[in-house]
Design a protein around this ligand. Structure first.
Ligand code: MD3
Ligand code: FE
Length: 204
């Protein structure tokens, strides 16, 4: 892997085309049971441009009441579908932690969607890393330091890439500036899927 920031490891092309097809199909099956929803910003209720769903025991949601992890879909009330096999295997191969993942956030970027610079701090466990897998169109990803004003570095996250956020990078500011149109033929519609596997609670 390539270390793009302290503790942030990047494996370009970690999944080959066949692996990407397998994961894309597994994601379609998850989304058939847990449809994409449009999260809203806390307080303001402004919609995110990214749509989301989850799999695993817990899922991340956001609405006017705030950000949180919960065991059920905010619209259907059904439990989140289990982790697809390939995600469990990716965590075992790359995460280098004895802790099992508890949540996988699925982000859907239509062309034009973006995610502003933010920190991921809604987990009670920061010792465990976050593992990201990308499918479909390439994203321009930006990562800085633990202060919002720290200098940032950008990389292109392409279909099949894995990114591990461990150590100091776990609390780094990061975001998606834009999706590069027509950069992949993997998906049936233009856009990008990002999967992030996370530990939410400390070991019990
Ligand atoms: C750095 N997702 O879900 S993936 C997110 O492409 C998120 O959808 C982006 O930011 C996406 O919160 C970026 C890479 C990533 C994921 C989680 C991180 C970078 C991170 C957590 C901490 C630091
Ligand atoms: Fe994030």
């Amino acid at each position: 892997p390539v270390e793009i920031a302290p503790g942030c490891l990047w494996w370009p092309g970690w999944l080959d085309r066949a692996g990407q097809e397998t994961l894309a199909q597994e994601v379609r099956e998850v989304l058939a049971r847990a449809p994409l929803f449009t999260p809203l910003m806390p307080r303001t209720g402004k919609p995110f441009s990214v749509r989301m769903s989850n799999c695993g025991p817990l899922g991340w949601v956001s609405d006017v009441a705030g950000y949180r992890y919960q065991p059920a879909h905010p619209e259907t009330g059904a439990p989140w579908p289990p982790f697809p096999d390939l995600l469990v295997r990716a965590w075992a191969a790359l995460a280098a932690t004895p802790l099992a993942p508890q949540a996988c956030l699925i982000n859907w970027y239509a062309p034009g969607a973006r995610m502003g610079l933010h920190q991921d701090r809604d987990e009670a466990e920061f010792a465990a890393p976050v593992l990201s897998l990308s499918l479909g169109d390439t994203a321009l990803f930006r990562i800085g330091g633990t202060a919002r004003t720290d200098p940032t570095r950008s990389i292109r996250l392409a279909s099949g890439d894995a990114l591990l956020l461990a150590g100091p990078s776990r609390l780094a500011f990061h975001g998606i500036d834009r999706i590069l149109p027509e950069s992949s033929t993997l998906l049936r519609q233009p856009g990008r899927i990002n999967l992030t596997l996370r530990r939410v609670h400390p070991a019990d």
